[in-house]
Design a protein around this ligand. Structure first.
Ligand SMILES: NC(=O)c1ccc[n+]([C@@H]2O[C@H](COP(=O)([O-])OP(=O)(O)OC[C@H]3O[C@@H](n4cnc5c(N)ncnc54)[C@H](OP(=O)(O)O)[C@@H]3O)[C@@H](O)[C@H]2O)c1
Length: 434
């Protein structure tokens, strides 16, 4: 038998405990697929967890000791957070250890640096678990679809947001109620900012786009909008128009470069992504040879995430995880498209005075901006009284137009005396090549 692969697990929280349990429960199948046993030599974390089986490993509170131990082949970073994890990953790679991490936040920001450190040291840097938990999406992009040019990818990559949107749509729960339910069920953190503001999804989209298009890890260039501005009324109007509202990460190759954006999106109700509900994740990739492929599964949780972490460990054990560098932004020559230049359909909700002629004036302004209307909902009864004047929403679905043109049209509409407040805009996605 070949020498065991020796690993150090850093962190002893949800994912790390899942990894230990999986390594124990599936030890024989994992060893068979690795071609050699996996030995956990250290578990390093802030505090010991009595009752957790460390598989014979020594517990230490010193992360450094895992890096200093010449026996350790792989450092598995599962402490989360940013500063300490970033330092750990850099030091481990520089010391010639392969690194496996689930930490999307640090990869989205420093992924280019990590991959360079790994290449210089001749070790592997693996992060299957960082995007969409149990779904092998990194493997799909780097291996399964390696022969393709990816045209676009779109995904539901934050389970918390998807859970909240599903509860709002199916149980008519207001946003705040759905959020506190998600927290009570353990689907949302006590501080849900990263999830509901779209930051977590932007981290993951950064990673997917870097692999799909070779644009580097460009987190700062991702346009990010969360679900915190949506209400049940929008979800209901979208439904009447034949759409579901999903929080999507979209990366698309267009003539000017790559669009990178995360925002609530109207998805046609017949599209497969429209029926991905609850905490589930799904990513669709449109590639030139393979066509459309769809990946669906659990995006988080101890066991699904551990499944991806251990898959990386098996790859390293087999020797198939090699140092590599996706083509950088500079090499690929692709730039990230300015948000004003993206093209999309739009859902507009215009709060208007309840009097004749308002829709006609709005339609004129849209047509002056060369925006054509696909569908309209005008509800005479749905009168709102939050402001001092009663108003009715005019809901308009438009055909595709540039975001810049839409910005101008919205400013012109908001300047109408009949329009009594800010116009709500939600982008519409038809999943087509551009
Ligand atoms: N949970 C999921 O479903 C999931 C899915 C995909 C990716 N991830 C990613 O996986 C990583 C771990 O997530 P998790 O849910 O397992 O987090 P967690 O339950 O909070 O576990 C973190 C562990 O690391 C320890 N720790 C934190 N900071 C440390 C430090 N500076 N030095 C030493 N130990 C430290 C903690 O110690 P204490 O026990 O003393 O607090 C805890 O044991 C994160 O990057 C997360 O984004 C998680």
């Amino acid at each position: 038998l070949e020498r065991a692969l020796t690993i150090a697990i850093c962190g002893l929280g949800t994912v790390a405990q899942g990894v230990l349990e999986l390594l124990r429960n599936n030890a024989s199948v994992i060893a068979a697929r690795s071609g050699r046993p996996i030995r956990v030599r250290h578990v390093a974390s802030r505090s010991e967890k009595p009752g957790v089986d460390l598989l014979g490993a020594a517990f230490t509170t010193s992360l450094d000791s895992t890096i200093e131990d010449p026996e350790v082949d792989v450092v598995v970073e599962l402490i989360g957070g940013e500063e300490a994890a970033d330092l750990l990953v850099r030091r481990a790679l520089s010391a010639g250890k392969s690194v496996v991490t689930a930490n999307k936040a640090i990869i989205a920001k420093h992924g280019d640096a990590y991959l360079r450190l790994a290449r210089d040291a001749g070790v592997a840097f693996c992060f299957e678990s960082a995007v969409a938990g149990g779904i092998p999406i990194i493997g799909a992009l780097t291996h399964g679809l390696a022969a393709n040019r990816v045209r676009w990818l779109a995904g539901i990559i934050n389970g918390t947001s998807n859970y909240i949107l599903t509860a709002m749509a199916q149980s008519a729960q207001p946003f705040a109620v759905a959020l506190s339910d998600a927290q009570a069920l353990g689907y949302a953190e006590a501080d849900p900012t990263f999830d509901i503001e779209g930051i977590d999804a932007a981290h993951k989209l950064t990673i997917l786009a870097s692999l799909a298009f070779g644009v580097g890890f460009r987190f700062d260039d991702v346009y990010t909008e969360g679900i915190d501005t949506l209400n049940i009324e929008d979800i209901e109007y979208a439904r009447q128009l034949g759409y579901r509202i999903k929080h999507l990460g979209i990366a698309r190759l267009v003539a000017q470069g790559v669009e990178l954006r995360v925002h609530p999106t109207l998805v046609p109700e017949k599209h497969m992504l429209a029926s991905v509900d609850g905490v589930m994740n799904a990513i669709m990739i449109h590639a030139d040879a393979a066509g459309d492929t769809l990946y669906y599964g659990a995006g988080a949780g101890a066991a699904p995430t551990a499944s991806a972490v251990v898959a990386d460990i098996v790859d390293i054990a087999k020797g198939t995880a090699v140092p590599w560098l996706p083509a950088t932004h500079e090499d690929s020559g692709l730039r990230v498209v300015n948000m004003k230049d993206i093209h999309s359909g739009y859902y507009l909700k215009i709060p208007s005075l309840d009097k004749p002629g308002v829709f006609a004036r709005a339609a004129t302004i849209l047509s002056e901006h060369e925006i054509s209307i696909e569908a309209v909902i005008q509800k005479e009864q749905a009168v709102h009284h939050e402001t001092d004047r009663a108003w009715v929403p005019i809901v308009i679905l438009t055909h595709e137009i540039s975001e810049g043109a839409m910005d101008k049209a919205i400013s012109a509409l908001e300047a109408l005396p009949d329009v009594v407040g800010p116009i709500k805009r939600i982008r519409v996605e038809h999943f087509a090549d551009v």
